[in-house]
Design a protein around this ligand. Structure first.
Ligand SMILES: [Zn+2]
Ligand SMILES: [Zn+2]
Length: 280
């Protein structure tokens, strides 16, 4: 069995990763990878610092990965890009420069993101939504959903909106692939079986837009299944959606984690529609 020996969902100390770009690259080489892509977080929301979740975000993930303006983000990503460009000259492995982007829908965000893309011109972009929004578009960290919106019907509405937002990101055509499409499994009511209609609608959108989706191995340790869960993966196969395995590694010990496990699963399913970056 040939196991995928590359990955494009990787974090470094430029966002919330624990290891430097250099350390991550050296580990990938040790593992025999021939490509690695970095996807440090691009999380820019104009009201993030006044959101009801800010205190928690700051405490658990570190304030530096969140920004309330694209000017700061551009500056940080320029430094990130320059460092990767230099490292490219130092190692015998193909290195891509990307970003994992939280897709926001408030007025003005998209224009600013387009401007960021134009200026930074990174190799690729991953859509990875980590937040929920209330009716006023304010950010909710999933860990705070029960506290901020205790009413179950309200929670259902918020989670449906989340799946619709991922669909919007796919429709924008701005992303090379979509990360952890059922990441919201971390919320009590969002079990693998729940939100069937919303999830199917998302899968239809991914199929129509021919958007690749990752199989994120990070879910395996926590939930026993990757993101997405098995039935969604079956549906994705039926819908001819291309897939790529990701580890979403935030430190060197996680690079390539459970790739063989997922590879075996894909083989058993006869899931042959695989995606790979193809950039010079
Ligand atoms: Zn993510
Ligand atoms: Zn990630």
């Amino acid at each position: 069995m040939i196991v995928q020996n590359f990955g494009y969902h990787t974090h470094s100390t430029h966002s919330d990763g624990k290891n430097t770009l250099k350390e991550m690259i050296e580990q990938a080489i040790r593992l025999g990878w021939n490509e690695i892509g970095f996807s440090d977080h691009l999380i820019v929301h104009k009201d993030i610092k006044t959101s009801p979740s800010w205190k928690v975000l700051k405490k658990y993930y570190g304030a530096h990965i969140y920004r309330d303006n694209f000017t700061e983000a551009k500056k940080a990503f320029k430094a990130y890009k320059d460092e990767i460009k230099y490292l490219r000259t130092q190692y015998p492995i193909k290195i891509y420069i990307g970003a994992e982007v939280d897709y926001f829908t408030y007025n003005g965000w998209l224009d600013e993101f387009l401007d960021f893309r134009h200026e930074l011109n990174l190799d690729y972009y991953v859509s990875g939504n980590h937040f929920l929004f209330d009716d006023d578009g304010r950010l909710i960290d999933p860990a705070l959903l029960n506290e901020i919106a205790p009413d179950t019907n309200e929670q259902k509405k918020i989670i449906s909106r989340h799946f619709a937002t991922i669909g919007e990101a796919a429709k924008s055509g701005l992303f090379d692939f979509i990360a952890h499409i059922d990441y919201m499994r971390r919320v009590n009511i969002c079990t693998p079986e729940a939100f069937y209609t919303d999830k199917m609608k998302l899968i239809e959108t991914l199929s129509v837009t021919n958007t690749p989706v990752e199989i994120n191995t990070k879910g395996i340790l926590k939930f026993g299944e990757a993101f997405p869960c098995c039935w969604m993966l079956e549906e994705m196969k039926k819908h001819h959606i291309p897939v790529v395995i990701s580890d979403d590694s935030h430190n060197i010990s996680r690079i390539g984690e459970n790739f063989a496990f997922v590879e075996k699963l894909l083989q058993e399913m006869n899931y042959i529609n695989r995606w790979k970056l193809n950039r010079e």
